[in-house]
Design a protein around this ligand. Structure first.
Ligand code: F6P
Length: 336
């Protein structure tokens, strides 16, 4: 078999480890040929692709970014980077011309949606979930999340000492537009006193009270972890708005930090490298056994797969019943 592989959407640590996992098992174990498609779905539209051999697959395990490049081209939507009136048909023609028996798509929610539509057209598609946001439905975790949580937790750890030295409130904004998984996991791992996620509405007076109560108990500093996607008034960035409101409510000097793209760059953690390797291997197995139209998934400790049609258009969100929220509340963490 000859398979194509592409990476689409925002990058994250572990993509290259996944490419390595898919391609090495496809080549070594299943005797397949592999073609790397450049810049996500854009490469399927322009035909930009080259064969991947053992040589190109070296040194990928700990490498951040993606050797194939990525884009946010959405071939089923109007507009986009490539101009063509019928992009789905163009992709189908290019897949045929490249002689591909299947395309493995590595990406986030947008990619899963596109992959599901391609599968519905009758194309042979297998996908792998990738996002630091951990919000893809159907998998317990996606690779990239653990790396982002590690980076965010390290940043929170560092804020503790400076917050304590100056008796300040420190607000840190982490990624997550719709889902607050990074805020929840890094906030709890970093001992945040207030954790705000887009899924749980907050009351600024309650946040102020939490911080003042801490002061009364002899704790003159507080750490506030906010997801970028929480609601703010007057269109301000999450951290800026919350810091300003906390200072107003409590009178305590408050500073903000926006962590930004640092969360997406660099080397994956060992957990993510192994998750990416296992998921990549499973993608190759799905291709070899002709199980198309499926997304690789982690359920508990097992790697399995779910139908792409079930994944598309859904989001996996934080709930108030999540055990980290329940346990955090029991310990006095304010979730808003
Ligand atoms: O999907 C991952 C993510 O990192 C979000 O948390 C973030 O808001 C978004 O990508 C930003 O990505 P870009 O600026 O590349 O569109």
């Amino acid at each position: 078999m000859r398979i194509g592989i592409l990476t689409s959407g925002g990058d994250c640590p572990g993509i290259n480890a996944t490419i390595r996992g898919v391609c090495k098992s496809a080549i070594n174990h299943y005797g397949m040929e592999v073609v790397g498609i450049r810049s996500g779905f854009q490469g399927l539209l322009t035909g930009e692709a080259e064969p991947l051999t053992e040589k190109e697959l070296s040194g990928l395990l700990n490498l951040g970014g993606t050797i194939l490049g990525t884009s946010r081209e959405k071939p089923f939507k109007k507009g986009g980077i490539v101009a063509d009136s019928n992009k789905p048909a163009l992709m189908e023609r290019n897949i045929q011309q490249m002689g591909l028996d299947c395309v493995v798509c590595i990406g986030g929610n947008g990619t899963q949606k596109t992959a599901a539509k391609m599968a519905a057209m009758g194309l042979n598609i297998v996908s792998v979930p990738k996002t630091i946001d951990n919000d893809i439905w159907g998998t317990d975790f996606s690779f990239g999340f653990d790396s982002a949580v590690n980076i965010a937790t390290d940043a929170i750890d560092r804020l503790h000492s400076t917050a304590s030295a100056h008796k300040r409130v420190m607000v840190i904004e982490v990624m997550g537009h719709k889902a607050g998984w990074i805020a929840l996991y890094s906030g709890m791992a970093g001992g945040g006193d207030v954790i705000l996620v887009p899924e749980i509405p907050y009351d600024i007076h309650r946040i102020g009270d939490t911080i003042l109560q801490r002061l009364k108990k002899g704790k003159p500093y507080s750490i506030v972890v906010v997801a970028e996607g929480i609601q703010t008034l007057d269109g301000k960035r999450a951290a800026e708005y919350i810091a300003q409101e906390i200072e107003y409510e409590t009178g305590i000097e408050t500073r903000e930090t926006v962590l930004g793209y640092i969360q997406r760059g660099g080397s994956p953690t060992p957990f993510d490298r192994n998750l990416a390797t296992r998921m990549g291997g499973h993608a190759a197995e799905l291709v070899a056994s002709g199980q198309f139209g499926r997304m690789v998934a982690l359920k508990g400790n097992d790697i399995t797969s779910v139908p792409l049609a079930d994944v598309a258009g859904k989001l996996k969100l934080v709930t108030e019943q999540h055990d980290l929220v329940v346990q955090g509340r029991r310990m006095g963490v304010c979730f808003g």
